[in-house]
Design a protein around this ligand. Structure first.
Ligand SMILES: *[C@@H]1O[C@H](CO)[C@@H](O)[C@H](O)[C@H]1NC(C)=O
Ligand SMILES: *[C@@H]1O[C@H](CO)[C@@H](O)[C@H](O)[C@H]1NC(C)=O
Ligand SMILES: *[C@@H]1O[C@H](CO)[C@@H](O)[C@H](O)[C@H]1NC(C)=O
Ligand SMILES: CC(=O)N[C@H]1CO[C@H](CO)[C@@H](O)[C@@H]1O
Length: 333
């Protein structure tokens, strides 16, 4: 009985999440060049700021790409990840945000846009455009970003850690990863393609320490991880290290390329959720294709990013256009 109740609870939760997400799951109301008339320079302004930023801080490419992913996975792509709250109770104060950086860059882009077209471009769209631009500026693919998102007014610290509707944690197995993506209308192909975004960025040692030191609680290592790689990582990450970070794609973590897949194929994926991509025939086959002659990874990445960018968006008269990305607008009374 308890079991039934539990299952029912989970089903209910999934239905609620689906209801929230599917309201605009197809991205209705978004289009390429939404600001063509209202702010013709918008995309150029974003790109120019990002060009300056990447010239001096290329290591922000990973966190800024991830920012859009976090935003879309929680409550849909509505800029909720960017909100502060007076008592630190918004999404950005939730544990999975440890690796998010670059909020000040989003603010800088917003400030620049407000000079030219005040109150026109949403923070949710800025996040989507910035994700594309950091990809391009690190030698990755270009795609046309759909715009027209509006900003949400709610951001809750508990949302990212919700086991069903939250962010997929780094230790998820392939079944759970697929479920997390499916819940948002994303396919198994989207899962493996978007994981390729780990070609940029870093991860805290604490996110994979168990694989090096205590995988099953008997002081063992993860048998699915390359032993030489484990030895190398142990030099960098000591037990209970809360501060050190390691490159997800060592040697080219500031360049968008296919080397992440090459590493995972060689059992050198850093996170358990990276290694898990070898446990499914479809994701495994994709990673071989993606690292072979005629790879479609670059083209696929744009397609999956556009799909992700449609999750649970607010459009039309929903939400608002924030004046400052970290704050909801004052109500006019
Ligand atoms: C919110 O977080 C910041 C930085 O982490 C901290 O300095 C500040 O004291 C916190 N505010 C409250 C009300 O907890
Ligand atoms: C995958 O993880 C889920 C929970 O996260 C668990 O219920 C399931 O048994 C796991 N599947 C496998 C094959 O390990
Ligand atoms: C390994 O994990 C187990 C179970 O969580 C714990 O009891 C043990 O102290 C850990 N060992 C080390 C060396 O951290
Ligand atoms: C739990 C945790 O580390 N939260 C962090 C989330 O991000 C904000 C802003 O960067 C930090 O101030 C929090 O400490």
């Amino acid at each position: 009985m308890a079991c039934f109740k539990n299952l029912f609870g989970i089903l209910m939760l999934q239905m609620v999440v689906l209801a929230i997400i599917s309201s605009h799951a197809d991205g209705q109301g978004l289009k390429i060049g939404f600001y063509e008339k209202s702010c013709p320079q918008a995309e150029k302004i974003v790109f120019n700021v990002m060009k300056d930023v990447m010239a001096v801080a290329p290591s922000l490419s990973g966190p800024l790409l991830r920012m859009h992913f976090h935003d879309c996975f929680i409550r849909g792509c509505d800029g909720s990840v960017l909100l502060d709250s007076p008592n630190n109770q918004s999404e950005k104060f939730s544990i999975p945000n440890l690796s998010l950086r670059g909020y000040n860059i989003i603010d800088r882009v917003k400030t620049e846009l407000e000079k030219y077209c005040p109150g026109v471009v949403s923070c949710a769209d800025i996040s989507a455009l910035v994700a594309r631009d950091v990809t391009v500026l690190t030698k990755g693919p270009f795609w046309d970003v759909e715009t027209g998102r509006r900003d949400g007014k709610i951001s809750l610290i508990g949302d990212p850690i919700n086991p069903v509707s939250g962010l997929p944690p780094f230790f998820l197995n392939i079944t759970a990863l697929k479920q997390s993506f499916a819940l948002r209308g994303l396919s198994v192909k989207d899962l493996v393609v978007l994981s390729g975004g780990h070609t940029l960025g870093m991860s805290h040692c604490s996110s994979f320490e168990n694989r090096l030191y205590n995988f099953t609680g008997i002081g063992d290592t993860d048998p699915t991880m390359d032993r030489n790689y484990i030895a190398r990582l142990k030099l960098k990450c000591k037990p209970n290290d809360q501060t050190t970070i390691a490159e997800l794609d060592p040697g080219s973590f500031k360049t968008f390329d296919d080397s992440y897949f090459r590493l995972v194929n060689k059992r050198r994926g850093l996170l358990q959720s990276d290694a898990a991509l070898l446990d499914d025939p479809e994701t495994k086959a994709y990673m071989i294709q993606a690292t072979s002659y005629g790879s479609t990874f670059f083209k696929d990445f744009g397609v999956s990013m556009i799909k992700m960018g449609r999750i649970g968006v607010l459009t039309g008269s929903q939400g608002e256009i924030r004046k400052v990305c970290s704050k909801v607008n004052e109500s006019p009374n």
